[in-house]
Design a protein. Structure first.
Length: 390
């Protein structure tokens, strides 16, 4: 049973009064085995003094047993638990030797308590020892061997079944913790994806908006018509950026390489960079994930050219190659700018590397003799040259 009402989940301690009552009732069911000692006290022909001592001993045993079962794991050390079990075993031995064979059933509770309260390794040793003590006591009690056959197996089964229940409880708790960990990792991965998408989307769009805003400012007041065209482009880019961000947040956005090539042409031209790009890329046998990874790579590369490089020329090549790992589709973006920063890869290149790795590809980026080059590779199905543009 589970839930916040009366149910108690496996491995959970009672949290309220209702749950404590339910656990008490569940544990109390097994006290039915004490019917033999109770019957002996009522109808065994003992004297009044012996009956009083017997009732006191039985109440003390049950109280100690419940205290051990209910308080296990709440700050008690192994030594305290062993001491408690030793007291129960001593009570069982004294009562059985004093009052008769009916009291041998108390050893079953000692075995169950050992399985429920001791660490697993000690429990597996203690249960057979208690069973051995039961056998020795039965041999010393008149007619005790007649009860031994019916008590020895339940004592062993009861004790070892409790160790099995505890292992099940520990496994259940471990599974709950693992499920919570997986959920946390999934949430972290989703946050990383969202941060990566927003960086790539907004970095490109805002760079283009900034560039066109500067152009519009320089065109005013001498060329109001051209400035108005730039403002119109700004509005269009802003609207598209808003759509892209919404799609990225919902997780459905998958950029396409032809659209990114067209966008790259617009961005580079607006920045005054001479652009050479493929006109109609052949994406046959390229998976959507691979195409999407290359589209992100192109967007990040063009954004960096526009924002940081100060380049006058940018060339984009898209080529199929055969490598040791199989056929790949290779995107190369090279400019004649400053060659990038010396502070190491930024968030954009780091996120881009993660995207390509997920698609089974790789990324190389760094300064060359006359500028900066970015090479992104993804798995492909054939090896025909695509061509390098116009």
């Amino acid at each position: 049973m589970s839930g916040s009402g009366g149910g108690i989940g496996i491995g959970q301690r009672p949290q309220n009064r209702t749950q404590r009552v339910l656990k008490l009732l569940w544990t109390g069911i097994w006290l039915a085995y004490l019917s033999a000692p109770v019957t002996d006290l009522l109808h065994g022909g003992h004297s009044d003094g012996v009956r009083i001592l017997g009732w006191l001993g039985l109440v003390a045993f049950v109280s100690w047993y419940f205290a051990l079962i209910f308080r296990t794991g709440r700050g008690r050390t192994t030594a305290v638990v062993l001491g408690s079990l030793a007291v129960l075993a001593a009570q069982s031995t004294v009562l059985a030797l004093s009052l008769g064979r009916e009291w041998l059933v108390l050893f079953v509770y000692v075995c169950v308590g050992s399985g429920a309260a001791l660490p697993m390794r000690l429990a597996r040793l203690a249960i057979p020892l208690v069973a051995a003590l039961l056998s020795a006591t039965a041999l010393a009690v008149p007619d005790g061997t007649e009860y031994l056959a019916s008590l020895l197996l339940p004592a062993l089964l009861g004790g070892f079944s409790m160790t099995g229940v505890r292992e099940l409880i520990q496994t259940t708790i471990a599974l709950r913790e693992a499920r919570a960990t997986v959920a946390q990792l999934a949430a972290n991965e989703e946050r990383l994806r969202l941060a990566r998408d927003l960086h790539d989307l907004l970095g490109h769009s805002l760079s283009l908006i900034t560039l066109k805003s500067e152009l519009a400012g320089r065109m005013l007041p001498g060329h109001p018509d051209k400035a108005a065209q730039q403002v119109s482009d700004i509005e269009q880019v802003s609207r598209q950026a808003l759509v892209d961000v919404r799609e990225a947040v919902t997780g459905y956005r998958r950029p396409r390489l032809p659209a990114e090539l067209a966008g790259a042409q617009v961005a580079l031209t607006a920045a005054g960079v001479t652009a050479e790009l493929p006109t109609e890329p052949d994406l046959t046998s390229v998976s959507e994930d691979s195409e999407s990874a290359l589209a992100w790579a192109l967007r990040e590369a063009v954004t960096n050219v526009v924002r940081h490089s100060g380049a006058r020329r940018c060339t984009v090549d898209l080529t199929r190659r055969q490598t040791l790992d199989g056929p790949v589709l290779e995107l190369t973006v090279e400019d004649d700018g400053s060659g990038g920063s010396d502070t190491g890869p930024g968030n954009g290149l780091t996120g881009l590397t993660e995207r390509l790795h997920k698609a089974g590809g790789s990324l190389e980026a760094g300064p060359v003799r006359h500028g900066f080059r970015l090479v992104a590779r993804v798995p492909s199905g054939s090896c025909a040259d695509v061509g390098s543009g116009s």
